[in-house]
Design a protein around this ligand. Sequence first.
Ligand SMILES: [Zn+2]
Length: 374
Amino acid sequence: MESRSIAFCGRFLFGKDVLDGARDFLAQLGVKEANAVMINDANTWKVAGESLSKSLLESGLERVETTFVEKGAVRLEVDKAREKIRSLKSCVVFGIGGGVNMDIAKASAFLENSRWITVPTIFSTDAMTGINATFRPEERGVDGKAHEGDYDLTVGPPLACIVDTEVVRSAPWRYQAAGFADYIAKLCAIEDWGLAYARGKDEDYSEYAITLARSQVEYLIANASRIRKMEEPAFNAFLLMMMNDGFLSQVGGSSRILFGSEHMVAQGLMEEQHREHVKGLHGEQVAIGTILMAYLQGLDWLCVKEALEEVGAPTRAEQIGLNDQAIIRALVRARAINEAWIRDRPDIYTILMEESLTEESAKEIALKTGVIQS
Ligand SMILES: [Zn+2]
């Protein structure tokens, strides 16, 4: 194995009502910056930003200012944040909310040579510790280049991650159910990674990352209903696993642990939703994709489906606003999506490259798994 450096977020403040105690934590971190910039939207300001701002001012920071995200993960928002960072000079940047706000904080801080701390208020993604920030396609993106599809900026891990579990408990459950689904997608991703490695398409393969991921996914599947009820030890375990994703992909030396064929089906479902003007969450598309691909891979798809039902994630076409034909189209198109990914990353070889789905076979999978009914 070639040597490589591993960088992940190693500092967490985690627990009930921790925002009030952020001042001690910042002292422990050795934060020397005089000011802070927070990236919020109107809602995250209310649920977390305001009290964190107070706590930061008490901790001795001179100025704490916030920008409010309105347009999503686009360059305009990053530029707005960068301007604020420049005007405050020495500052630490806080990304407060879901993936979008955290990604804007990560990118703007990175581009201005500042440090950043993530403060997730929902758990629909693993963005809190990830080393990438994801943005929407634009003619001129955050990196100054043109992008036709979503793209990542590699920024490295955050200085720290602060999770107030009471804030997450009060958030709409739909987000946490989606995050749960995105996490158990690793079941399919691991299978595809193993296939790519066996076929000589991917040279990297981390048995360590796979062992950790597998045991975590098994735990989540076995404890889905306890997590849905937010029973204390189980719910906290779920949150900590999501926060552990940045570590998993770093120690595994590849992001392959995070996505496989189920994410390609999910992309097809997202495109179908766009056509129908349905606003879905990434993890909800992945939920359906995971059931379908677990079936194709010969895994225990029923177990996956039951866990998703227990946690309150969608398992049927109509729950994500799609009809039967849309599901079949997404399945048939999944191989072309895989081929498009492979053009950028030849290692992302999955079962879809070996089992081309026809309309008939796609329909059979969707019917057998109960994703469609007729
Ligand atoms: Zn995902």
